[in-house]
Write a protein that binds this ligand. Sequence first.
Ligand code: XMP
Length: 518
Amino acid sequence: MRNQVIILDFGAQYTQLIARSIRELKVYCQVIPGDAPVSEIRACVDPLGQDVPGAIILSGGPDSVYEEGVVLPDPAIFELGCPVLGICYGMQAMAKVLGGSLARGPAGGAREYGPEVLRVAVKDGIFEGFPEETRVWMSCGDTVDEVPRGFSVTGSTENTKVAAMADPVRKLFGVGFHPEVKNTALGRELIANFLFRVASLEPDWTMGRFVERTVREIREKVGDAHVVAGVSGGVDSTVCAVLVHKAVGDKLHPILVDHGLMRQDEAAYVVDAMARLGVGVKLVNAEERFLSRLRGVTDPERKRKIIGEEFIRVFEEEAEKLGGVEYILQGTIYPDVIESGSRTRNVIKSHHNVGGLPERMNLRLLEPIRELFKDEVRLLGKELGLSDEFVGRHPFPGPGLAVRVLGEITREKLDVVRKAQAILDEEIRRAGLYEELWQCFCVLPNVRTVGVMEDRRTYGHVVAIRAVHSEDAMTAEWARLPYEVLERVSTRIVNEVHDATRVVLDITSKPPSTIEWE
Ligand code: XMP
């Protein structure tokens, strides 16, 4: 499919925002590692490798082009004939590969981080329709000093001579600021100019098209094989199972592994909800097995790996019983992919369905929604006929309560967090806050403190409350829950949950924290 953009990722946390902006403009895009050779880029666009993308974007990144061994794009991408836009590090990398010269930091030594005024020198190409001056968001260490042959300077700021450059003949563009962040006033217009005026792409990417294309691809890939699907009750795995059910019907075998790390009454709720959607789910009780493997384990990454591996082993056993199963379906979504790291980006945490998978697996992975953001998954769910209530459920991590019980996991601690969570859910719904929150949950920090009840000393768990607003889980802001609600939750938790003596509130945003505590 030529009508798409390939984003080469050099590791900036903003890379997903580029993808988002492009999708919002209804153009399909994929993000792949920045050093992908042209053959890999071609293979993304067309399985036979005969076509090239409609456009390529080089993302920003934390490296300095001066460092040894930094990741650079395959020089052959500039010969493909498709337009290329380099952003910050992407522009410097483009200049370096094409023979321009670079400088450490802007002339005069003043580095530019934050808002700046861009003076637009050439008002066409990506700057068509732009005013003389516009506000942009800079966050670059190095800059381009001399543009490569064929390029001219198309924009500057007070401290940065080459804040934008272009070779209109080869349709190569670079900007030293971030058009993908909201603080760049005309960032969206710049990206739209690049996609539609420069690259002549069509805005044809809709959820309907996504379903059509993905169903076709799943059928081609899976053929006559059977697929086992892990459903956790979360939106991602459910939407994913319904999508694949549409593609392969009864050859899909959804399995709910109850690892003992689920919320109160969750397993039954999920089986029931899926049955109402016409999709039968097999419930496998594996609580003892998971908890015994987790006994004595305290390291968060180790816990994730154990759970990831055990999941796969259960699925393999179930697949063995069914026969003819070749694939395992996972509801991996894009933030999981980004945060689990890649050749060109650091690991933040191993999401159990990406980096947490064991190296040796008998089943092949099927991950049809790995390029979607959460809000896109919700749109997809609606497109597939799921109710607003279902697609609006808060995300729940695959490793379940294991990432919310810090330190060693025991049944007793799990029970405390489960009961506290049920109270929190009830009160948040009663206050009409559920829909406006991204997530709201209880964590057991593995700390015991002294309390006093009925004139007697108690010594029990601290329960922490985490409530956040977010659009796509890549960033999150802690939610200012009303004091009355917090008071009710706190009182009920210490009164109703045996062994809980104290309730605290987590008031950190992401970054610097992550949403889950582990
Ligand atoms: P963090 O904690 O990384 O979480 O800020 C971002 C979002 O992802 C969810 N999460 C997971 N989901 N498998 C999942 O399916 C995982 O291993 C996992 N870890 C975190 C988390 O609940 C939040 O919505």
